[in-house]
Structures are given as structure tokens and as C-alpha cells.
Design a protein around this ligand. Structure first.
Ligand code: UGA
Length: 435
């Protein structure tokens, strides 16, 4: 099988490299020449552990190539669509322009027997429409909707060892399903569950999963608000309820809340789509999930103001962590970066650091001061804020930092530090949902 992967962003680039690793011949296609140049040189345009090795392996073996020329898809039989579906500007809905443009371009080169595999996250009903477009142009080509569940930071492992595979199909797609089974043969042989369903269910699986994860995080953050009001400790609460296997401890870390390129925009697009379908009431709770999430950012800024004696004006604040989560350089809708920018707007002078996300943050908020090292960030600070739980911040020495700051105030935005350790060294420790 010769495979094309259209769209070489996070999802597409990782998918292409992983498919080549599995032994397939793969060409990645993207309209962005810079991205293609970088990938062709073996450089991933984002930080993802394992990607450099996988890219090098694919390029060296010649099984993996990249191009901006869609005509190359004429030499492939299976085409994965992995372009982005960002939030529309000023609206909650998903912007499908890139998916539509990619398919329209691909249609020019489709041949009888070709399979188009949709991986982008789309509003329910999209696959049916795209399938009709394909049938009009090339009746012998088949669409399968195959959502992707990879997490940034674990993208390679999640692609090679998925929890489950979901295929959304129309009737009469048996041959295409067999071919896709062949592509995912290694995972299927290991017993990976495969759910064969219709288009609408496959599309919904993806957004329902992300909506559930967002809800779980906002649930514990709502509990954090109640803990703040009552003097309880949300971390212990999460541990205690998490022992119930029906609840589970994963995704119950209270703190600054969720961000990134997926969860926030996916729950909004889901609400917008439900509204179009006349099922808006079913998802009104997601509006609350979104609000709880946003309130955590405001609360973190309040904590900074409190430890600074009631005003942020003229205070020097060290922000440790800018990425939306550790092991990532992604700052799309990052709660940490959003708090850093707000602190600055409210009169503080922010010095921000992150092991991987400084360059991306500087592009979005050039007015912030950035530094690569923790030491430089915390020097003479009136407050230190840990906003992304990188291991190197968890491992910081309270006694070493104590000698560098102007005032020993620490705000733990991710409940990742040990309060006893910090307080023992004379720090004022404040956190979200913890006394
Ligand atoms: C998420 C989903 O986890 C993936 O399954 C999905 O494939 C992906 O979106 C997508 O739609 O493409 P990702 O955006 O990489 O993956 O990030 P997560 O690991 O889910 O974290 C999302 C946010 O939630 C981060 O900001 C993280 O800090 C926050 N979070 C996570 C919490 O605040 N508390 C937790 O307990 C867990």
C-alpha cells in the first residue's frame, strides 16, 4: 500500500512517520512549504518525544517523503486526511475550510479503488457530506471515518499502540475496511479493539471522548472551588474518590484547567453542532464546563494578587511554565500563557520561562519578558508561579530558590508541589483548591 497523509501538522506528521515505521510507503502532503522543508530535513516543527528518531528512520529508509504537490497522491491508494479544524473566528463552530479544500484538491487525483480515511476532528454530519462529494467525483472510491485519539507528548506511542480503532463507514465498504485493517495490522494483531460503525457515531466518538475528559477536569476544578470555600484539600479529595474504580484517578488533577489545540475548541464546536441539530439542551452543561475552566485562570491571578499584598502593580512575577501541559511546546489556548499575559496586563512585570515553549510564547505575546532558565526568572521576584507541571519544576529546591527571590511567595497552579517542603523553607505556599 502506498499511503498519502494530507496535512502535516501534529496529527498528520506523527501519523505519516508512524505509518512509515510500520513498513508502509508514505508521502506527507501539506500546503505549507516551510513545514514540508523542515520535515524533509528530519526536523519536526513541534516538540514531540520520539518524533526525531521516527522521522530519521523513515527518511533514511526512503519509505517516508514529504511534498507540497498534491499530484503525488495519484501514486497512492490510501489517503489520510489529517488537516486542522480550528475554531471559527468569533464563533464556537469548527472551521472546515481546510478539510474541504484538502478533499477538493485530492478529488482531482482519486482513482477507482482508492480509500480516503478521515482523521480530522469534525462536526457530526461532515463525513456523510464528504462521502457524497467523493461518490459524485469517483464512485469507486470509499471514505472511512477513523478518528484519532493521540495525546500530545505521547503522540507516537498512542498512534502505534492505540486504545481502540474506530471506523465509520457506509454499507458496501467491506474491501476498504479490509485494506485499512491491513494498514493497522500490527495493532489489530495485538488485540486492539476495533469498532465498526456508521459515520455519525465515529465522528461523535471523538468529540464525546474529549467532552468527557473536559468534564472530568472541570468537575474536579468545581470541587476545588468548594474546597477553597470550605478549607478542604482537593488533591486529597481526588485521591480518595479516585480509588473508586468507577471514578478513577486519571484526569482528576485540579489546577489551572485544560487548554491546548483540542479540548477547548472541541467542546465549543460540539455545542455549536448540537445547536444546529436542535439538541442544544443536551450539551448546555458543556458551557458550564468551559466557564469553570476559565474561572480557574481568574482565580490564579487573584492568588498572585493576594500573595503580592493586594496589588500586582509594579510587582515582579516569575512565571514557570507556558506550555498547555508538560512535555509539549504547544501554547495554543494555554492556561499558563493566558495567566502570564493577564498578570502583565494588570500591571505586573512578568519574567516567564518554560523548558520548550518560550519561542512559541514569544510569538504570541512578545511584550512579556522571557528567559530560558529558572534562576533568571525567579531573581528578585515578588512571587513565583508554577503554571505547567514540568518535572524540573516539581524537582525545584525551595531552599536554593529562597536565596534568589525578593519575597518567598509561591503559587502552585497545578497542585504539583509538596506544600510541606516549601512551607518548611519559609515560603508562603498558595494553590488552587488546597488550604
Ligand atoms: C486531548 C485528548 O486527551 C486526546 O485523547 C485527543 O486525541 C486530543 O486531545 C485531540 O483531540 O487531538 P491533548 O490535547 O494532547 O489530548 O491533551 P491532554 O493530555 O488531554 O490535556 C489537555 C489539558 O487538560 C491540558 O491543558 C492539561 O494540563 C489539562 N489537564 C489534564 C488537567 O488540567 N487536569 C488533568 O487531570 C488532566
Amino acid at each position: 500500500m502506498r499511503i498519502s497523509v494530507i496535512g502535516c501538522g501534529y496529527l498528520g506528521a506523527v501519523h505519516a512517520a508512524c505509518m512509515a515505521h510500520l513498513g508502509h510507503e508514505v508521502v506527507g502532503v501539506d500546503v505549507n512549504a516551510g513545514k514540508i522543508e523542515s520535515l524533509s530535513a528530519g526536523l519536526a516543527p513541534f516538540f514531540e518525544p520520539d518524533m526525531p528518531a521516527l522521522l530519521a528512520e523513515g527518511l533514511d529508509s526512503s519509505r517516508l517523503t514529504f511534498t507540497t504537490d498534491m499530484a503525488i497522491t495519484a501514486t497512492c491508494n490510501v489517503h489520510f486526511i489529517a488537516v486542522g479544524t480550528p475554531q471559527k473566528k468569533g464563533e464556537n463552530g469548527a472551521d472546515l475550510r481546510f478539510v474541504e479544500a484538502a478533499l477538493e484538491d485530492l478529488l482531482r487525483y482519486l482513482k477507482p479503488g482508492d480509500i480516503v480515511v478521515g482523521k480530522s476532528t469534525v462536526p457530526v454530519g461532515t463525513a456523510e457530506r464528504l462521502s457524497a462529494m467523493i461518490r459524485t467525483n469517483m464512485p469507486d472510491a470509499t471514505l472511512i471515518w477513523n478518528p484519532e485519539f493521540l495525546r500530545e507528548g505521547f503522540a507516537v506511542a498512542d498512534t502505534l499502540n492505540p486504545d481502540r480503532l474506530v471506523y465509520g463507514t457506509r454499507t458496501g465498504s467491506e474491501t476498504a475496511v479490509e485494506i485499512l485493517d491491513g494498514i493497522y495490522g500490527a495493532a489489530l494483531e495485538r488485540g486492539t479493539p476495533r469498532i465498526l460503525t456508521d459515520f455519525a457515531t465515529a465522528e461523535l466518538v471523538k468529540v464525546a471522548a474529549n467532552a468527557f475528559l473536559a468534564t472530568k477536569i472541570s468537575f474536579i476544578n468545581a470541587m476545588a472551588e468548594v474546597c477553597e470555600a470550605s478549607g478542604a484539600d482537593v488533591s486529597q479529595l481526588a485521591d480518595a474518590i479516585g480509588y473508586d474504580p468507577r471514578i478513577g484517578r486519571k484526569f482528576l488533577n485540579a489546577g489551572l484547567g485544560f487548554g491546548g489545540g483540542c479540548l477547548p475548541k472541541d467542546i465549543r464546536a460540539f455545542m455549536a453542532r448540537a445547536g444546529e441539530l436542535g439538541a442544544d439542551q443536551a450539551l448546555t452543561f458543556l458551557r458550564e464546563v468551559d466557564s469553570i475552566n476559565m474561572r480557574r485562570r481568574a482565580r490564579t491571578i487573584d492568588l498572585a494578587r493576594e500573595v503580592c499584598g493586594g496589588t500586582l502593580l509594579g510587582k515582579r512575577i516569575a512565571v514557570l511554565g507556558l506550555a498547555f501541559k508538560p512535555n509539549s511546546d504547544d501554547v495554543r489556548d494555554s492556561p499558563a500563557l493566558s495567566v502570564a499575559a493577564q498578570l502583565q496586563l494588570q500591571g505586573a512585570s512578568v519574567v516567564a520561562s518554560d523548558p520548550k515553549a518560550v519561542a512559541n510564547s514569544a510569538k504570541r505575546f512578545p511584550e512579556l519578558e522571557f528567559t530560558e532558565t529558572v534562576i533568571e526568572a525567579v531573581k528578585r521576584a515578588d512571587a513565583v508561579m508554577v503554571l505547567t507541571e514540568w518535572q524540573e519544576y516539581i524537582d525545584l529546591s525551595p531552599s536554593e530558590l529562597r536565596g534568589l527571590v525578593a519575597s518567598p511567595n509561591i503559587v502552585d497552579g497545578r497542585n504539583c508541589l509538596d506544600p510541606t517542603k516549601w512551607r518548611a523553607e519559609g515560603w508562603i505556599y498558595r494553590a488552587l483548591g488546597r488550604p
